[in-house]
Design a protein around this ligand. Structure first.
Ligand code: FMN
Length: 213
């Protein structure tokens, strides 16, 4: 197995040097093994009761990019030049994995069996009775967290990204063979080696966005 080493482990440089990059060096590809390492780091993100509702579709082939093209009309350059376009969906049936996740925690000695039992007893009726709107809210928050983590992880591996919300939300899931009633499209992220500097962008002062109590 290939071991991937961070190219950059300087948190300040990773975070403050991140900016949206929309044009990439087309000669730079990311192998499946390296992308797997990036995703493995990415999914250490937190999620509501650890249900990890994020689902990824990694599009790096010319055929995949061609399929995506009509759905990302205003973000064509990212699709054309990136090493990959990562589709991030939220699985509205994420609680189906509760037993699997909690059993793994028990098997790894991280949780006593009674706690697993109690959690299942507590959360099963809550999730079974949850409205679709509430489920959507949960997966949007969780997938938003994993998206940010992906972008920072990408920087540690020496790549740049652009979060993309401008795509055909109605047709993304079915175009890639996913059940659109179950998988909510959240975001697309392009990733690759930057072939432009990108733009500096401003931020409101902390006091404009913070209330101190
Ligand atoms: C949810 C979301 C959706 C976005 N959608 C697009 C998009 O469709 N196309 C694009 O070029 N940039 C998109 N952006 C990038 C923003 O324009 C960018 O993050 C913002 O201007 C700040 O710039 P920075 O990322 O360089 O810090 C999106 C960002 C977010 C968080």
């Amino acid at each position: 197995m290939t071991t991937h080493i961070y190219k950059n482990n300087d948190f300040s440089a990773i975070m403050k040097g991140r900016r949206s990059i929309r044009k990439y060096d087309t000669t730079v590809k990311i192998s499946q093994s390296e992308m797997t390492a990036i995703l493995k780091d990415t999914i250490t993100a937190p999620s509501s009761i650890n249900m990890q509702p994020w689902r990824f579709v990694v599009i790096s082939s010319p055929e995949g990019k061609e399929k995506l093209k009509p759905l990302v009309k205003f973000n064509a350059t990212q699709n054309d030049t990136s090493a990959a376009m990562i589709l991030i969906f939220g699985d509205l049936n994420n609680f189906d994995n509760a037993d699997k996740i909690l059993s793994q925690a028990v098997a790894e000695g991280l949780m006593p069996e009674e706690v697993k039992k109690r959690q299942l007893e507590m959360f099963t009726p809550i999730y079974n009775n949850m409205s679709k709107e509430k489920l959507k809210d949960i997966v949007l928050i969780d997938a938003g967290l994993v998206a940010m983590q992906f972008m920072l992880t990408a920087r540690a591996y020496g790549y740049d990204t652009n979060p993309i919300g401008g795509f055909d939300h109605d047709n993304l899931a079915q175009t890639f063979g996913l059940d659109s009633d179950r998988y909510l499209p959240v975001m697309i992220i392009s990733i690759g080696k930057a072939d432009e500097d990108g733009y500096s962008s401003v931020r409101l002062p902390v006091d404009d966005v913070t209330t101190w109590v």
